[in-house]
Design a protein around this ligand. Structure first.
Ligand code: FAD
Ligand code: 2HG
Ligand code: ZN
Length: 474
C-alpha cells in the first residue's frame, strides 16, 4: 500500500507513520503479550482534523483501522489482526486538557489524555475525577470511554458511562460528529453519546470528551478486613451503606491466594509490603470511605466495623493510620493483576452476577475447575460491591503454560456457563475485544445480536472500524 502510506505521511508527517518493526513493537501486542498482531502501519495523528483525514484516506483505500489508547486493555481490542492489513490509529499525541469548568463541574479533554493526568487537572481546581483504575498511569480517556471502564469507585460514582456528558467522534467514513456538549439534560432523541461508550472503537474513534467532575474528597478512611466467607462479603454491603451512606466508595474482595501472590512478589522486588493482619482467613476485603474535609469518615468506619464484627461478618480489621499505610493497603489490592503474571499465562475472567449469587458462583466453580484440571490455581478478587469478580486461572505447577492455555476454551466455558446460569455477564468491565466476542454472541439472544449488528451496519457499513471486535466476523 505505498500510495496510502505516502498519503498518510502527508497528513500527519513522516515521523508519525511507523512501519519499522522495531517501532511497531510497542503497538502490535497487548501489555500481557496475550494478543499479537502485525499492523500495516501505526499512525499517530495530533489533532481531530488529522484523525478525520487519516480515516478518510483509509476508508477510501478500503483499509481497516484499529483505535489504540494506552494499550492497557484486557481483551485484545486495541491489537490489530496478524495479516498486515490494518492501520493502528494511536491517540497518544492528543493529550490536551481543552477546558476545566469548576463551577459547572466539567472538564473537556482529548482522547489521548492519560487518566492520571485528568485526576491531576481536576485536583488543580479542587475537584475529583472519580474513575479509579490500577492502570491509571497509562490508560487513556479514549480507552476508558471505549471500554466503559469500571474500577474501584464504581460503587459510588458508577462506571465511565456515568462520567461522560459529551463526545467528539471521528466516524468510520471520516466525518466528525461534534457532540461535545456539557448539558446535564438533553432529551432531543437517541443518545448517541452513550452509543459510542463501551463500543470498543467499533463505531468510531473518540477524539475528545466532556467529563463530569465531583467535589474533592480529601477525608479518607481505609480498612483491610478478614472475612469468614464470600456470603459475609456480600452481606457487608448493606451494613456498610447503613453506616456510611454515599461515602462508601470502595468495597473490594481479595482471596487469600491473591494476597499471598502480592506479598510474595513484593518480597522479591523489595517493595516493603506487609500483611496487615495475621489471620488465617480465606477471604479479605478493602473498604474505603471518602468525604469532604472534616467529614466524619473515621468515626463512620469505626462504627461500621464494630457492627460488622458483632454481626459476625468481619473477623478482624486493620485501619490505615497514615497516608503511607493507606497506600500500602491499596497496593495489596492493585498489584494482584501484575503479580499473577509471575505464575505464567493467565486465563482471565471478568464476570458479574447478582451479589447474592457470588458465593454460589465461587463455590461451584472451585469444584468444577478442580475436577477439570486438578491442581488449577484460581486467583479471585474484584469489585464485590458491584457483584464483579476477576476469576482468573493459573496453571497447576505440573502443567506447562502452553498445555494450560490449550485448555482455555474449555475452562472459560465452565466459568461462563455458570455465570450465565446465575443471571450474570461474562464481561463486567473489560469488554469483549477479539477474545470474548464469539462467546458473548453465543450467550446473547438472536434478537440482541441482530440489533447490535444493525447498529454496526448503520454506522460502519464498510466494516472498516476495528472489525472482529465486540461482534465476531460473519
Ligand atoms: P486500549 O487498551 O488502548 O484500548 C482498549 C479498547 O478501546 C480497544 O478496543 C481500542 O480499540 C479502544 N479505544 C482506545 N482508544 C480509543 C478511542 N480514542 N476511540 C475509540 N476507541 C478507542 N479496567 C477496568 O475496567 N477496571 C479496572 O479496575 C482495571 N484495572 C486495570 C489494572 C491494570 C493493572 C491493567 C493493566 C488494566 C486494568 N484495566 C481495568 C483495563 C484497562 O486499563 C481499561 O480497559 C482501560 O479503559 C483501557 O484504556 P486504554 O487507553 O489502555 O485502551
Ligand atoms: C482489577 O480490578 C482489574 O484489578 C484487572 O480490572 C483485573 O487483571 C485482571 O484480571
Ligand atoms: Zn477490575
Amino acid at each position: 500500500m505505498p500510495d496510502l502510506l505516502t498519503d498518510l505521511r502527508s497528513v500527519v508527517g513522516a515521523d508519525h507513520v511507523l512501519t519499522d518493526p522495531a517501532d511497531l513493537a510497542a503497538y502490535d501486542t497487548d501489555w500481557r503479550g496475550a494478543y499479537r498482531g502485525t499492523p500495516l502501519a501505526v499512525v499517530r495523528p495530533g489533532s481531530t482534523a488529522e484523525v478525520a483525514a487519516v480515516v478518510r484516506l483509509t476508508h477510501g483505500a478500503g483499509v481497516a483501522v484499529v483505535p489504540q489508547g494506552g494499550n492497557t486493555g484486557m481483551s485484545g481490542g486495541a491489537v490489530p489482526s496478524d495479516d498486515g492489513s490494518q492501520v493502528v490509529v494511536s491517540l497518544g499525541r492528543m493529550r490536551s486538557v481543552r477546558e476545566t469548568d469548576a463551577v459547572g463541574g466539567t472538564i473537556t479533554v482529548e482522547a489521548g489524555c492519560v487518566l492520571a493526568d485528568v485526576h491531576a487537572a481536576a485536583a488543580e481546581v479542587d475537584r475529583l475525577f472519580p474513575l479509579s483504575l490500577g492502570s491509571e498511569g497509562s490508560c487513556t480517556i479514549g480507552g476508558n470511554i471505549a471500554t466503559n471502564a469500571g474500577g474501584t469507585a464504581v460503587l459510588r460514582y458508577g462506571m465511565m458511562r456515568s462520567q461522560v456528558l459529551g463526545l467528539e467522534v471521528v466516524l468510520p467514513d471520516g466525518r466528525v460528529w461534534d457532540g461535545l456538549r456539557s448539558l446535564r439534560k438533553d432529551n432531543t432523541g437517541y443518545d448517541l453519546t452513550q452509543l459510542f461508550i463501551g463500543a470498543e472503537g467499533t463505531l468510531g474513534i473518540v477524539t475528545a470528551a466532556v467529563l463530569t467532575l465531583q467535589p474533592a474528597t480529601p477525608a479518607r478512611a481505609t480498612a483491610w478486613v478478614a472475612l469468614p466467607s464470600v456470603t459475609a462479603a456480600a452481606s457487608l454491603l448493606p451494613l456498610l451503606r447503613e453506616y456510611a451512606a454515599e461515602r462508601l466508595t470502595t468495597w473490594e474482595l481479595i482471596a487469600r491466594p491473591a494476597l499471598e501472590l502480592v506479598l510474595h512478589s513484593a518480597k522479591e522486588t523489595r517493595a516493603g509490603l506487609q500483611d496487615p493482619l495475621s489471620s488465617d482467613a480465606e477471604w479479605f476485603g478493602l473498604i474505603e470511605l471518602a468525604g469532604p474535609a472534616g467529614a466524619s469518615v473515621d468515626d463512620d468506619l469505626e462504627r461500621a466495623l464494630g457492627a460488622a464484627v458483632e454481626a459476625g461478618l468481619v473477623l478482624d480489621a486493620a485501619v490505615a493510620g497514615s497516608p503511607a499505610q493507606r497506600a500500602g493497603l491499596w497496593s495489596l489490592r492493585e498489584r494482584i493483576s501484575e503479580a499473577q503474571e509471575s505464575l505464567g499465562p493467565t486465563i482471565k475472567h471478568d464476570v458479574s452476577v447478582p451479589i447474592a449469587s457470588l458465593d454460589d458462583l465461587v463455590t461451584r466453580l472451585a469444584a468444577a475447575l478442580e475436577g477439570a484440571v486438578p491442581g488449577i490455581r484460581p486467583v479471585i478478587y474484584g469489585h464485590v460491591g458491584d457483584g464483579n469478580l476477576h476469576y482468573n486461572l493459573s496453571r497447576p505447577e505440573r502443567l506447562d503454560g502452553a498445555a494450560f492455555m490449550g485448555r482455555s476454551d474449555e475452562l472459560s466455558r465452565i466459568v461462563h456457563d455458570l455465570t450465565v446460569e446465575l443471571g450474570g455477564s461474562i464481561s463486567a468491565e473489560h469488554g469483549l475485544g477479539s477474545g470474548k466476542a464469539a462467546a458473548a454472541a453465543a450467550y446473547k439472544s438472536e434478537v440482541e445480536v441482530s440489533l447490535m449488528r444493525a447498529v454496526k451496519q448503520a454506522l460502519d457499513p464498510a466494516g472498516l472500524m476495528n472489525p472482529g471486535k465486540v461482534l465476531p466476523l460473519e
